[in-house]
Design a protein around this ligand. Structure first.
Ligand code: ADP
Ligand code: ZN
Length: 303
């Protein structure tokens, strides 16, 4: 049996798993991301945790194909560098692949987290049959992994698919990135909680905004329908750009379910330019928990 180590680095936690070549997680551990220490120190802790996990699960290192690391962008996956992710505030130009590679004998690969999750959906999830699809995550932020002509689309530095900062409607105001009307500034979980709370006149979570929507709260209903329309706009842009067979939508916000998917399907069926594109399947992600580590592990198996 061959194994791969998947490492999913987030702003609050680092999940590490040993995954076999069928995609079964045979061992895993989660450690907090400590942003008060230097990234180099945090990576040393990650290395030690990986080594311990391998030892505790009695895996012989000759059966380990590699270590895949999924991390938030911006990054440079080709050079193995984490560049400047907003939620890893002090991680600036960190050569993570080099530092992990110094510790282990097997190959180490870095990929952005949305791309890793797209690989997981291709391997074991909603896109197993597809050679052209987009995976979109609508969570704290918004990102995408694009799978085109049978391959993950990387781009020159591995940041392809960063659709959160494509402009969909400048009238929504200025995004922290400087542009006006970015998709993420309008339709992320963070944005929905912020704007929904303003409309309701009290502090609400994203889920509570959707609860009011389901209770037919007049202003919230109109607002949420507009957010779904904007997600539809983004999906049409993706369809017009990469001509996918399917769009897989995951992340916390996608848990609202049918109202989102129905609205996006309706919008796409009207506005995708190509008549074939109007029939693009819009489906929920299958792998929710574990998508990060499984996708990161998939990097070693697919590479
Ligand atoms: P992360 O961004 O850390 O990957 P998630 O994919 O869980 O995490 O996304 C978190 C966002 O999704 C938050 O804005 C949260 O409020 C929202 N969210 C989580 N669960 C739900 C739910 N059941 N319904 C609507 N929104 C949700
Ligand atoms: Zn932006």
């Amino acid at each position: 049996m061959e194994y791969s180590i998947g490492v999913d680095i987030g702003g609050t936690k680092v999940a590490i798993a040993i995954v076999d070549h069928h995609g079964v997680v045979v061992g895993q551990t989660v450690i907090p991301t400590d942003l008060s220490i230097k990234p180099e120190k945090m990576i040393t802790i990650i290395n030690e945790t990986i080594a311990k996990l391998i030892k505790d699960n009695s895996i012989t290192s000759e059966y380990v194909k590699g270590i895949g690391i999924g991390a938030p962008g911006p990054l440079n996956s080709k050079d193995g560098i984490i560049s400047c992710p907003p939620n890893l505030s002090n991680w600036i130009d960190i050569p993570i692949v080099e530092q992990v590679q110094e510790y282990f004998s097997f190959p180490v690969i870095l990929e952005n987290d949305a791309n890793a999750a797209a690989l997981a959906e291709k391997w074991l999830g909603a896109a197993q049959e597809n050679n052209n699809f987009a995976y979109v995550t609508i969570s704290t932020g918004i990102g995408a992994g694009l799978f085109v002509d049978g391959k993950l689309l990387g781009g020159s530095r591995g940041n392809a698919g960063d659709i959160g900062h494509t402009v969909v409607d400048p009238s929504y105001g200025q995004c922290p990135c400087g542009q006006f009307g970015c998709l993420e500034f309008i339709a992320s979980g963070t944005a929905i909680a912020r704007r929904g709370s303003e409309i309701a006149g009290k502090q609400l979570s994203t889920k509570q905004v959707f609860d009011l929507y389901n209770q037919d709260h007049k202003e919230i209903k109109a607002y949420v329908e507009d957010v779904f329309r904007i997600i539809g706009v983004a999906c049409v842009s993706l369809i017009n750009t990469i001509d996918p067979e399917k769009i897989v939508i995951g992340g916390g916000v996608s848990k609202v379910g049918a109202p989102l998917f129905d609205a996006v399907r309706t919008y796409v069926s009207q506005y995708a330019l190509n008549p074939g594109g109007r029939k693009t399947e819009i489906v929920p992600a299958v792998l929710d928990q574990n998508a990060g580590v499984i996708g990161a592990a998939a990097l070693s198996f697919s590479g």
